[in-house]
Design a protein around this ligand. Sequence first.
Ligand SMILES: Nc1ncnc2c1ncn2[C@@H]1O[C@H](COP(=O)(O)OP(=O)(O)OP(=O)(O)O)[C@@H](O)[C@H]1O
Length: 260
Amino acid sequence: MASVLELNDVSVVRDGNRILDSITWTVDSDERWVILGPNGAGKTTLLSIASASIHPSSGTALVLGEKLGKVDVFELRPRIGFASTALAKRIPADERVVNVVLTAAYSVTGRWNETYEELDVKRARRVLAEWKLAHLENRRFGDLSDGEQKRVQIARAVMTDPEMLLLDEPAASLDLGAREELLQLLSGYASAPSAPGMVMVTHHVEEIPSAFTHALLLANGRVTASGRISDVITAENLGSTFGLDLEVTENDGRYTARAR
Ligand SMILES: Nc1ncnc2c1ncn2[C@@H]1O[C@H](COP(=O)(O)OP(=O)(O)OP(=O)(O)O)[C@@H](O)[C@H]1O
C-alpha cells in the first residue's frame, strides 16, 4: 500500500517552543487515522504539515510521496482534501451550497466565474446527495445549521476525489443527532474501498467513526501512542496522554471514556 504521509523525525519550532517534537509517523492509503490529544498538544500543527500548509523546522515530511521543501505546494494542495473550521470561515455566508462544493474543483471559495463544466456540476450534485445535502443545494451556506455546514465542508473536501482527506474536528459543536448522522456518513465513506487515506483530529473518543483503523495520541508535541485503534485507545494510553485516571469502553468500534 502506498503511503500518503510519511514523517521522519519532524519537529516544528515556534517562538523557541518545540510544538511538534520528533514525530515519526506513516499513513498508508488504506488507513483511516484519528489524532487525539489535549488542547495545545500540536494536533492542528500536525495537520498543517499533512496539508502542506507549513514545513517542518527539522526532519523530513513526504506528502503524497512529495518532499515538503522540494515540491511546489500549489500543485500538491489540490490533491489533498481538507476540512476545518478555519477554512469554513473563508466561505462567504451568502454562497449557495452547490457552489461551495463546486468551487472546490477550482480551488477557490466564492463563485468566481459562471462557466463550470457540466461534469463538475454533476459531480457536485452527486457528492451533495452522498452527504445527504441534496435538498439544501440552493440554500445560503450561512443559513445552514452547524451540522449541515460541517457536512458541506466535507462534501467540498471530497469533491475533487482527493488522494488524502484531512478533517480537523469535524464533529465539534454538533448536537447528538447531528454528530451521529455525521459519524455514520464518515464511517460509510471511510469503509468504501475507493476511500483515500484519512486523518481526523478530534477531542473526544465518542467522535471516532467506527470504520477508522488507527489512532495517534499526542501530548506536548510528542507521540504518546500510535498504531491500530484497538491497541491505542485504551484507558492506560488515554490516561497518560490526558493526565487522567480513565475508564474506556468499546462497543462495535465506538468508544466512550470517563474519569474514574
Ligand atoms: N504560529 C505559532 N506561533 C507560536 N506558537 C504556536 C503557533 N501555532 C501554534 N502554536 C502553539 O503550539 C501549540 C500547539 O498548537 P496546536 O493548535 O497545534 O494544538 P492543538 O492540539 O490543535 O490544540 P487544540 O486542541 O486546542 O486545538 C499551542 O501551544 C499553540 O499555542
